[in-house]
Write a protein that binds this ligand. Structure first.
Ligand code: ZN
Length: 331
């Protein structure tokens, strides 16, 4: 595997962290402190769960043997997943159409090997955290990251934390009004013409009979127009609910030429008359993601760091309780 030695790129004061990004087709495991300081990483093709997870976990076993010892691990997974801490199903995939993966524990295989605190979230939320730390939303406490590719997923950061609730947001499945004259039925298996059904990569491929990356000329212009109009309708609704400071757009479909600019333009139009916030018309409101494919893996390191913080808080609470109890006992 060729792991480098710990002394090679040590960064003073930064904890070595472990991350695992589980995507639909590959798992990325890494050790480092941030996107510019990855000490070791591996990609594993996703097959059936037990063999895939065992192969991924063995990367960390080798790393430990070579002296790369992380203090915490962050795991970002494709969903849907159970994020409720304390639930028996926390850290598990819930019901996925992906054969064999429903109900699979995607945290246990890694904590069993590493024996360190773990944080778990969706791959999209991990990517959102990374864009906030190092990418296109750096320094913002309230923003929304959307990935537009095979599906459409969104992560909302509010007050510096990703928004969870019952499960996690499913921003790709919001309802969007039809662009006038568009008769495409949509391809979401659940809703037909929701945002994902109208503006994801597969929707474009269905509409034009070939993938977005192969489109040229009038077809490409039409695809960019439709995707940007549907996204703008979605961004308007999300703005009405969350009032983000910025939208960061990533994912494969955003590599179509000028699609981010077109989405920014249509979004500004959607919001112009109301609520009338000047920043909605500014260049920085809708921007392209800054980290590309590195967002998800880097975000798992932010999750790992959060696991460390949670552990420190829990230890402090315990210590304070012990002190209080001793004081009570002394009367
Ligand atoms: Zn849907």
């Amino acid at each position: 595997m060729g792991l480098p030695s710990t002394s090679q790129s040590a960064e003073l004061g930064a904890d070595l962290l472990a991350g695992v990004e589980l995507g639909g087709t590959k798992i990325v495991c890494l050790l480092g402190t941030g996107p510019d300081d990855i000490r070791a990483s591996v990609r594993v093709d996703v097959r059936e769960p037990s063999a895939t997870l065992a192969e991924a976990a063995s990367f960390f076993r080798s790393a430990l043997a070579e002296g790369l010892v992380p203090r915490a691990v962050g795991i970002g997974s494709f969903g849907p997943v159970d994020l409720t801490v304390g639930n028996p199903a926390w850290g598990h995939i819930t019901t996925t159409p992906k054969p064999g993966w429903s109900g699979v524990d995607v945290v246990g295989p890694f904590t069993d090997v590493l024996g360190v605190p773990a944080a778990f979230d969706t791959d999209v939320n991990a990517a959102a955290l990374a864009e906030g730390r190092w990418g296109a939303a750096r320094g913002l406490a309230n923003f929304v990251y959307l990935t537009i590719g095979t599906g459409i997923g969104g992560g909302a950061v509010a007050g510096g934390r990703v928004v969870h609730g019952l499960g996690h947001p499913e921003m790709g499945h919001i309802a969007v009004p039809r662009v006038a004259g568009d008769s495409f039925p949509g391809r979401c298996p659940f809703h037909g013409d929701c945002l994902e059904g109208m503006a994801s990569g597969p929707a474009v491929a269905d509409r034009f009979g070939r993938g977005a990356e192969t489109l040229t000329g009038a077809d490409l212009a039409r695809a960019v127009d439709l995707v940007s109009r549907y996204l703008a309708a979605g961004l308007r609704s999300i703005t009405a609910v969350l009032a983000p400071q910025r939208f960061v757009l990533g994912g494969g479909l955003m590599s179509m030429p000028r699609v981010v600019e077109a989405t920014a333009l249509h979004t500004a139009r959607e919001l112009r008359d109301y609520p009338g916030v000047a920043a909605h018309q500014a260049a920085g409101f809708v921007v392209a993601a800054g980290l590309g494919g590195m967002a998800g893996p880097a975000g798992t390191l932010v999750l790992a760091e959060q696991a460390l913080v949670e552990q420190a808080l829990a230890e402090r609470a315990l210590a304070e309780r012990a002190l209080a109890e001793r004081a009570l006992a002394r009367g």
